[in-house]
Each structure stands twice: as C-alpha cells, then as structure tokens.
Design a protein around this ligand. Sequence first.
Ligand code: KG4
Ligand code: ZN
Length: 372
Amino acid sequence: MARILGIETSCDETAAAVIEDGRTILSNVVLSQIPVHRLYGGVVPELASREHLRGIVPVVRQALEQAQLALVQVDAVAVTHGPGLAGALLVGITYAKALTGAAGKPLIGVNHLEGHLHAVLLEERRQGRSDPALPAIALVVSGGHTQLYRVERSGEQYRYRTLGQTRDDAAGEAYDKVAKLLGLGYPGGPLLDKLSAHGTAEAARFGRIRLKGNPLDFSFSGIKTAVLRQVQTLGLEAEIAARRQAVAKLDHPPSADEWRALCSPATLDLIASFQAAVVTDLVERTMAAVDQVAEAGDPAASLWLTGGVAANRALREKLGEAGKGLGLPVSFPAPSLCTDNAAMIAAAAYPRWQRQEWADASLAAFAQLALS
Ligand code: KG4
Ligand code: ZN
C-alpha cells in the first residue's frame, strides 16, 4: 500500500491531499486565493507566492489530519514542479523538500498537466470503474493551458504526445478576460457558465476560429476582441460601467443571481454566444484529433476531458454527446477534481512510486515544463 501526500502550488490554489494507491482519496484540501486576486481581476504572481507561504503549513497539516495520518506514516511526498508561476511553484517544492528531508521519505516531482490527466483516472477509480481504454485523446483545458494529447501506457509508464495546443490565450484565460471586459467577476469561467444558461446562443454569432497550419491548434485571443466589438456595436458600455459601480457598493461578492440581475438580455445573449463559440471550437478540434489518429491507423479508445474549464456544463455535455456519436467512452473528473487540486498530483505520482522514480534535492521549478 502506498500513501502519497501531494502538494500543489503552481498558480492560485494552495493544495494538499493524501491518496492511497492512486485511487482512494483520504483527504483533499484546497485553499483558494480567489478573494485576494479578485480585486485585480487576475492572478498577481507576487501575491500568489505570498499567499502560498501563508497557506502551505496549515493546508498540509489539515490534509494529514483529515487523512488521520502523521507525516511519518505517508510513504512519499509528491509536488508540482511545473509548469506554473516560478515563485509559486518554489513554495511547494521547498516545503516538500523540507518535509521529505525531515521525515526521511522519498520526494516525487510531478508535472501539473500530468496531474490534470491523472484526475481522469482518479475519478474512474474512485467510482469503482476500470481505467479508460488506451490510447486516449485528452483535452486539457484550464486557465493556463489548452492542449490536446494522445495518452498511452507501457507497463506503469504513461506517455503523452502533444497533438495541438493554444497559440495565444488558453480557453480559461479567454473566459476570465471576457468576464473582466464585461464588468463581471473573477474568475470568469464559473460565472459565465451559469449566466449563459439565461441567454440565447444564436443571438450574436461569432465566426468559426480559423487557423493556418496544425488544425489541432487553438487560438482564443480573437474571440475576446470579437466580444469587445459586440459590446461597442450593441452599445453596452454604460451598462458595464453601471455594473462595476453597483458591485463596488456591495459588501460581499455578488451571487450568480445578483450578477444576473445586473445583466441586460443583450449581455446574457452575448455571454451565451461566447460560450457556444468556445465550446464548439473545443469539441470540433477534439473530434478532429480523433479523426487524425484514426486516419493514421491508431484509433483512440477513449476521450478524456480535464482542467478547470472541464467543469463547464456545456462542454461536458457537448463532448459527451460527440463521444457517444462515435461510440467512444468519454471520461471527465468531478468539477472539484477538474480545477487545481493536490489529489491529482498525488495520483499522478503513483506510477512513479511504483517505478521508484524519486527526485533529489536538486528538484527545481520549471515555469514552462513540457509533458512527454
Ligand atoms: O485548472 P485550473 O483550476 O487552473 C489552471 O491550471 O489554470 O483552471 C482555472 C480556469 C479559470 O480560467 C476558470 O475561469 C476556468 O478554469 N473555469 C471555468 C469553469 N470553472 C473554472 N471555465 C468555464 N466554465 C467553468 N464552469
Ligand atoms: Zn491547472
């Protein structure tokens, strides 16, 4: 039996979790910094590092307490070492080194994106289902990344081939930027997801996102500009200014219903249209990836969806339908395992534990760490 303590500090969540044998969640603690970054409408790297420093000790302590374990009873400590904000990553890495040094336990370095992918496996296993068949086509879609991978496995080793990725903004980043320009809160994804249910997606049509070169690449910077153009065409500037003022007067972050009451039907339609355009693009390129590997004689056996934007209801529904149409099983984690957490880091460390692939004291933070 292997109990792995996972630590995640790559962006704006300080998280720790204990996972047994890559399948059973003994604890999963996430301390969100959203209230700190909300004031700035995005993650401020220096503040993120400071908040991780404040949060790391109590969060790890809580994860051990909830798992009813002392540090000496865990078998290894796994920590995200990239990609992410360098200063934020360093807090987790330094603390993980201190813990493993003090307790004489092995240290395992985990790629954050591999963590998101293993959240899919963790979900299937904790539901008592068998692992999805491989090779898989996996869409990792978050605030920092939009990547299409082919996932395979030889023995206990998983391998990842990048099929496509965003050339500019990540999908989650587009959600956050569009929310900001519409005078809505941070992070934008969960709120725009909720508000889009109250608008008509056909009202404001966005053209298909066209790209030269790799058809499996993404680009979301243009859609943000298209939303801005719609704001001007529809004359929504005064409404946005009024919304910002109304929210500034509140003594609490507005609820989804309060936000909705501050949005005109035209704004709700614009949000619904934006979401439909993003979801359509994500689903179509994922289907194109399925076609591409099939044409190469290497058909996918399952579809995976993960990362913060995978919490999106429309995306889960549409990708689920598309997979069903092709007779491909689609797997995605519960929303709490889609957004950043340490359970996925401890789960991704399990195959490395099996191979005894330890990191040493030289483990460093890599802001641009690639996955292969
Ligand atoms: O995976 P994550 O927690 O952090 C990164 O690794 O980036 O993803 C956070 C991103 C944010 O951009 C947030 O707006 C987006 O995921 N997000 C959503 C939803 N929930 C979170 N985007 C669309 N719909 C959602 N329901
Ligand atoms: Zn993430």
